[in-house]
Design a protein around this ligand. Structure first.
Ligand code: AGP
Length: 615
């Protein structure tokens, strides 16, 4: 997704903007640009297609000097990734520039209207109509804030916008319209920041506020004033202290963010569990979830909605909540849920799982649930994100910043969050006694160490990955709690190595997919010692009988599967409830090493974005 950075203060704006854009690279982009107001009052722009290094070269060739500016990384929607289409876009008179995330759905009629009024367009983008509209409205009102308000009220579709103008050279104006990703206001000492995501400005401040839909922020070096698109002033917003430290958002000794985040998982899980489980009683407390005992008893159905990896996490959570809390659970994709006229009411607990908290399909599903008066709970990682703010309660993943596009620690921590939720609901509904609670709490206490043990096989997994790196197709099989892990393992491989991989419920093999099996299509069979182990053994036999190669994920000392599979990945024994967190980790490493071996851009895979804020 596109990235935005803005700065106003006593320091040179250019290096702050460029470094901020670099910290947003993981979001995916294909061109970049920035604009500053020079000491002589003129607005200077530098833009280029491709990676940030091209923009940095443009700036080195023609340096910029100014203490207020805006920058942007663009993920092309309207118009190819060229320097002419890169943001910022400049108004007709050259004195107003704009950067934007989102889509102007009615840009064609607006462009025709402006063209008829004498405006010429220098780009193919929808964004350029915004800056020309602001210019037209400013010409009429000579009030920049009012001009921005009037222009944005004409737009259809989600937009996050930041405006810089020579007419009011001491301020930036930011606005949020719908769900086009966050607009973050950062509070410095005598300086202020704007960004589309926390990591861009985290090295300068941890104090941040977040715009809601149809809100504006007028930012000067002294501070910020909030208003809405109807022109009403708004009270100062809560300033959140973001618990992430800049080091946590940096790669450290790792080659890729994804690698770092895979190995972050034992610590991340420790943070996820910490303070939520009383290990002497096994009782779970989730104060931020705002689920009173009365509400926990009144709920008669749970709906989990998410996208991608977060959706697969929800499939694991379904098992937890149905088996422990004895509540019916449906799980759906955000992009499907919002169009199927779902059945839910005030007794439905609607759970949105979203690492970024800004996935437009998930947010739209939340709005649908709100319309049915359901109780909204977000399991989210990004503090202050839209999903965290619009819900009635949250359970933070507490995974720290996840920068790699391929989600890893958000998956395992969101699975752990759902186990905690299931335990909490079961305890509040009198369905989980102290013995059962203590047993599971004890397993949770051992989990980070066991996950560390599973990850300790990294070198063996790297060698296995290289041995399988040239296959063109993979099948991932799992049953029960391991079926979602088969889906997630396949997604990891396909999204970063670009190899076709399909996750499938193992029991379905005989209903079709087994026709695919031959020596050219390896199968990853997830077969730890859980309630369906025996079924998985026969699954491995069926694949071997068709000359298919099998990589089996097993527990230690498994001689049965070892006698049949071609290769083994061994994970520590654990309660079946926690095995999904242990079996997914080596599959993350397997995908990572294949992708590295094949030379993929692991942290920014082609065509993908970290947070999908457009439909
Ligand atoms: C997973 O590796 C992908 N990055 C993608 O499927 C992601 O999980 C999905 O877009 C949902 O993102 P969210 O959790 O931020 O809502």
């Amino acid at each position: 997704m596109c990235g935005i950075v803005g700065y106003v203060g006593p320091r040179a704006a250019t290096p702050i903007i460029l470094e901020g854009l670099k910290r947003l690279e993981y979001r995916g982009y294909d061109s970049a640009g920035l604009a500053v107001i020079e000491e002589n009052g003129k607005i200077e722009i530098r833009r280029d297609a491709g990676k940030l290094v091209n923009l940095q070269n443009r700036v080195a060739e023609a340096p910029l000097h100014g203490r207020i500016g805006i920058g942007h990384t663009r993920w092309a929607t309207h118009g190819p990734p060229t320097s002419a289409n890169a943001h910022p876009h400049r108004a007709k008179d050259g004195n107003i520039v704009v950067v934007q995330n989102g889509i102007v759905e009615n840009f064609l009629p607006l462009r025709e209207e402006l063209t008829a009024q004498g405006y010429a367009f220098a780009s193919d983008t929808d964004t350029e109509v915004i800056v020309q509209l602001i210019h037209r409205e400013f010409t009429a009102s000579e009030d920049l804030e009012e001009a921005v308000r009037r222009a944005l009220r004409l737009l259809e579709g989600p937009s996050a916008v930041v405006v810089l103008s020579r007419y009011e050279p001491d301020r930036l104006i930011a606005a949020r319209l719908g769900n086009a990703g966050a607009v973050v206001v950062g509070y410095g000492q005598g300086e202020m920041f704007l960004a589309s995501d926390i990591p861009a400005i985290l090295e300068h401040t941890r104090r941040m506020s977040f715009l809601e839909n149809r809100e504006m922020a007028v930012v000067t070096r002294q501070g910020v004033r909030f208003a809405n698109l109807d022109g009403e002033s708004l009270p100062d917003k809560e300033i959140l202290s973001i618990p992430w430290d800049p080091v946590a958002a940096a790669k450290g000794p790792y080659r890729h963010f994804m690698q770092k985040e895979i190995f972050d998982q034992p610590n991340a899980l420790t943070d996820t569990i910490r303070g939520r489980v009383d290990f002497l009683s096994g009782r779970v407390t989730l104060p931020e979830a705002n689920l009173t005992p009365e509400l926990a008893q009144r709920i008669d159905k749970v709906t989990i909605v998410a996208c991608g990896t977060s959706y697969y996490s929800g499939l694991v959570g379904k098992f937890y909540i149905e088996r422990l809390a004895r509540l019916p659970v449906e799980v759906d994709y955000g992009s499907e849920y919002r169009y199927r006229e779902p059945i839910l009411d005030e007794n439905t607990l609607f759970v949105a799982i979203t690492q970024s908290g800004e996935t437009v399909d998930t947010l739209a599903a939340m709005e649908e649930a709100r319309r049915h008066n359901a109780r909204l709970l977000s399991i989210v990682n990004a503090v202050g994100s839209q999903a965290a703010r619009v819900a009635d309660g949250v359970i933070y993943m507490q995974a720290g910043p996840e920068i790699g596009v391929a989600s890893t620690k958000a998956f395992t921590t969101s699975v752990a969050d759902q186990l905690l939720l299931a335990m909490y609901l079961a305890q509040q509904r009198g369905l989980m006694d102290e013995d059962a609670s203590l047993a599971l709490a004890h397993e949770l206490a051992l989990l980070p160490q066991k996950l560390g043990d599973a990850l300790a096989q990294d070198e063996d997994i790297r060698k296995l990955a290289i041995a399988y790196a040239n296959y063109a197709d993979f099948l991932y099989l799992g049953r029960g709690l391991q079926y979602p892990i088969a889906l997630e393992g396949a997604l990891k491989l396909k999204e970063i190595s670009y190899i076709h991989a399909e996750g499938y419920p193992a029991g379905e093999m005989k209903h079709g997919p087994i026709a695919l099996i031959d020596e050219t299509m390896p199968t990853v069979a997830i077969a730890p010692r859980d309630g369906v182990y025996e079924k998985m053994v026969s699954q491995v036999e069926q694949v071997k009988a068709r000359q298919g190669k099998v990589i089996a994920v097993v527990n230690p000392d498994d001689h049965v599967v070892a006698a049949k599979a071609d290769d083994l990945i061994v994970v520590p024994e654990a309660s079946p409830w926690l095995l999904p967190i242990l079996t997914v980790a080596p599959l993350q490493l397997f995908a990572y090493h294949i992708a590295v071996w094949r030379g993929s851009d692991v942290d920014q895979p082609r065509n993908l974005a970290k947070s999908v804020t457009v439909e």
